[in-house]
Design a protein around this ligand. Structure first.
Ligand code: BTN
Length: 266
């Protein structure tokens, strides 16, 4: 059973959305709860937020450290009408998350392909997205957009402090979680409406603007079938793949770990 909304969220979540918003003081993973709700038929826009997660997960099977009172952990159900929509939901969600944090706090957020929210030089990670589909292939019935944001330094483990940051660390002041959540829900609605209207190109262009530093001309390294490879980023295509000029021609990278030579600290 969900818990009662704490005061910061009670102020921020409009009455019209309360029926599609669940809050948990503690949960395993908000993505798991949102997947279960999607399977039960919950409508688009249904959101699950927790103050702490016991089993928060990130990309590539990693844990997502989610201690209480330190971060924003939320999952939102999107119900794509067509395949074209869900293939770029991660990019669309990145645009929404970057815009929301900037609008709610004034902090400029950049996007790092495929799903990181970063700040400064070298890039420091302030958050990430994990989109998981419910159903597969032509039968994707819903996509759960999981968003993890570091609000305070306690949100990330000390061993990654060189590459991570928090919104409050960057701003040097406290932020209002409720304002960020409200803005996130609005911005997600906005990009999903844009996708539904068929403006995939507009969403990709917005992503390119927010990710500009890591795109045209940025040197990168990655592993491909046991080989170290290097190249120069050309951009992203309209399916969300990273396009890199490398020995032998253009390469489309659709998943995996990519290191930006001049922008990452690793
Ligand atoms: C990443 O950068 O690897 C993605 C991190 C995504 C974490 C969020 S927190 C809310 C949602 N629930 C989860 O278990 N994971 C996502």
């Amino acid at each position: 059973m969900p818990d009662e909304l704490p005061p910061d969220l009670a102020h921020a979540i409009p009455a019209g959305r309360r029926g599609r918003f669940e809050y948990f003081a503690e949960i395993g993973s908000t993505n798991d709860r949102a997947i279960a709700l999607a399977l039960e038929g919950a409508p688009e826009g249904t959101a699950v937020l927790a103050d702490t997660q016991r089993a928060g997960r990130g990309r590539r099977g990693r844990d997502w450290h989610s201690p209480p009172g330190a971060g924003l952990y939320m999952s939102v159900i999107v119900r794509p009408a067509e395949r074209d929509e869900w293939t770029i939901v991660t990019l669309a969600a990145g645009v929404a998350a970057a815009r929301a944090v900037t609008a709610a706090t004034g902090l400029p957020i950049e996007l790092k392909w495929p799903n990181d929210l970063v700040i400064g030089r070298p890039w420091r990670k302030a958050g990430g997205l994990l989109c998981e589909s419910v159903g597969s292939g032509a039968n994707v019935d819903a996509v759960v957009v999981g968003i993890g944001l570091n609000l305070r330094p306690a949100a990330y483990p000390a061993e990654i402090a060189r590459r991570a940051t928090s919104i409050e660390t960057e701003l040097g002041r406290a932020v209002d979680r409720g304002a960020i959540v409200a803005m996130l829900l609005d911005e997600l609605d906005r990009v999903v409406t844009q996708l539904r209207a068929g403006d995939r190109a507009g969403v990709c262009e917005a992503w390119r603007q927010l990710a500009a530093a890591g795109l045209r001309g940025a040197p990168v390294r990655w592993h491909d079938q046991g080989r170290d490879r290097a190249g120069v980023v050309r951009g992203i295509d309209d399916d969300g793949a990273l396009v890199v000029a490398a020995e032998g021609g253009l390469v489309r990278i659709v998943s995996g770990e990519v290191t930006w030579e001049r922008l990452s600290s690793d």
